[in-house]
Design a protein around this ligand. Structure first.
Ligand SMILES: *[C@@H]1O[C@H](CO)[C@@H](O)[C@H](O)[C@H]1NC(C)=O
Ligand SMILES: [Zn+2]
Length: 506
């Protein structure tokens, strides 16, 4: 911020001098444009000669695509809701570039919504023994438990395989099944007219799927697929938010929570061994914010035990659930203060359109609690002092454009406050939050909106590179791990630059 103030002073002085010495209008005009460009995220990122060439190529495609959107608003993916834009994005050259670009890490993703819905339908729903029942409100619950312990349903459990066999058309059955775990609709404005409507359905998806995912074989297959999808999208590392539910197996046996974290740990080791250029994942325990205080305190005790056993794997704590519905962080301070000093906080904050409401004030408490990063921080631009603190303390904002759009904070992503964060050089990392639940996959779709909608027209490789490097810098990888991460990233990045110059990307 000091730099910003200095700039304003300098600029004012400069303009006065120009006025006095009658420097041209054009010079003053150019001075402001250049200064803003240099101020923004990536403004000082150095590009070598090859990268400069790639930037030129990238900009040609980017400006071409934006110009096309400008001429034809109906085809302007950057301004459209993701459900309408996806077919356009899939055909975009910029998107292909972003898919192939090494993207570093994803630092905000919820494990049980991380995998594409197509995989859940094609693989998980075909696993033998999957059962489905319906609650009084019409919500489907999926499970592999032969004797469900908490039967919340009104209907009996039926085997998904039986339902599918008895259905008239298997493909229609699968398409309907996919709707249980994917918010996609061609008309989001009609199906989700309010934030509550979309959040209720979204929350329902977690509730419907969660018991099926803690069936040990499904748990392993699902998390393996999560890593595959990130890896195939050129992501090299991730920090996942998870609640550590207890697992069960086919015989109905249940395991203590220690088993859950050890399963994840073993999976991580196995995946890294198979992919030496992948740095694996770490875990943030994410707990439903609506629980009673006593229950939350019990969970913190569990967290302490697990964290003590694997402090570099289970790195911290977070609270999840629709922020507007509570509870505010302020009321949860007794719980958060009880966390061990080695545990870090990664708090969701300001995922709201309300200004001055308790949800919005969560940002203040997150910062007072010394959160390591902020989940969303959507409301941050409305709080100059907090914004200042985030900048000077280098607290990264985990920005998830598609999430904010699908979950009803903003329709046209060119109006996303991330634009201000870029303009003011607030530390940002691009994240995907829950890609599986909204018809996305990996991280590239969020990068598309970041560079095409949130960023100014003329932002190219400097900004992209800064965002990618940020995703490693603001991770909880130890210094030693970061050194290795940057080494791997430099290598894959320069290979990518070569590929673009050889013409194999565009
Ligand atoms: C946050 O960090 C500051 C500065 O290091 C420290 O004085 C303060 O006690 C910390 N607050 C909490 C709640 O840990
Ligand atoms: Zn989230």
């Amino acid at each position: 911020m000091r730099r910003l103030l200095m700039f304003v002073v300098l600029l004012t002085a400069q303009l006065q001098i120009q006025a006095q010495t009658a420097l041209s209008y054009e010079q003053a005009r150019q001075a402001v444009l250049t200064a803003e460009e240099e101020l923004m995220t990536g403004g000082h990122t150095h590009l070598n000669t090859e990268e400069e060439k790639v930037d030129d190529i990238f900009m040609e495609y980017k400006l071409g695509e934006l110009a096309q959107g400008f001429r034809n608003a109906e085809q302007n993916a950057a301004a459209l809701h993701f459900f309408k834009a996806k077919p356009l994005i899939d055909r975009s050259a910029i998107f292909r570039f972003l898919q192939k670009m090494p993207k570093g890490s994803v630092l905000h993703v919820h494990n049980t919504a991380s995998v594409s819905s197509k995989w859940v339908v094609d693989d998980l729903s075909y696993m033998p023994g999957l059962l489905r029942c319906t609650t009084a409100t019409g919500q489907s619950i999926l499970s592999f438990r032969r004797t469900p312990k908490e039967h919340k349903c009104q209907s009996q459990y039926v085997l998904v395989s039986d339902e599918r066999r008895n259905s008239l058309d298997r493909q229609v059955y699968d398409r309907n099944f996919e709707r249980l775990i994917n918010l996609y609709t061609p008309v989001p404005e009609l199906e989700y007219p309010t934030i509550t409507r979309v959040w209720d359905r979204f929350q329902g998806m977690f509730d419907g799927l969660s018991d099926a995912l803690i069936y040990l074989p499904a748990f392993r297959a699902y998390h393996w697929q999560m890593l595959e999808e990130l890896y195939n999208d050129n992501v090299m590392y991730t920090e996942i938010r998870t609640s550590f539910k207890t697992l069960y197996d086919a015989s109905g046996r249940t395991f203590p929570r220690e088993r859950t974290i050890h399963e994840l740990y073993a999976l991580n080791q196995k995946f890294m061994k198979l992919h030496p250029d992948f740095l694996g994942f770490k875990v943030i325990m994410a707990v439903y914010r609506g629980y009673e205080l006593d229950h939350l305190k019990d969970i913190v005790e569990v967290f302490k035990k697990l964290h003590q056993a694997l402090p570099h794997f289970l790195v911290g704590f977070d609270l999840v659930g629709q922020e507007d519905k509570g509870k505010p962080l302020y009321s949860l301070l007794p719980v958060l203060r009880d966390l061990p000093p080695t545990a870090r906080l990664f708090l969701h904050g300001g995922e709201t359109n309300w200004f001055g409401a308790s949800t919005d004030i969560n940002l203040l408490d997150a910062l007072l609690m010394n959160t390591t990063r902020i989940g969303h921080g959507y409301a941050l631009a409305k709080h100059p002092i907090l914004l200042n603190a985030v900048k000077s303390r280098r607290i990264a904002v985990e920005l998830s454009p598609i999430s904010n759009q699908v979950l009803h904070l903003v329709w046209d992503l060119r109006n996303h406050p991330g634009s201000q964060f870029f303009a003011l050089d607030v530390p940002v990392v691009i994240c995907n939050d829950d890609p599986g639940f909204w018809n996305a996959k990996g991280l590239s779709y969020d990068f598309y909106y970041a560079i095409m909608s949130l960023a100014p027209n003329n932002a190219g490789l400097r900004l992209l590179k800064t965002l990618v490097w940020n995703s490693v810098r603001y991770s909880t990888l130890t210094e030693e791990e970061q050194t290795r991460a940057f080494k791997i990233l430099e290598l894959s990045w320069s290979r990518f630059i070569d590929d673009v110059l050889e013409g194999s990307v565009f």
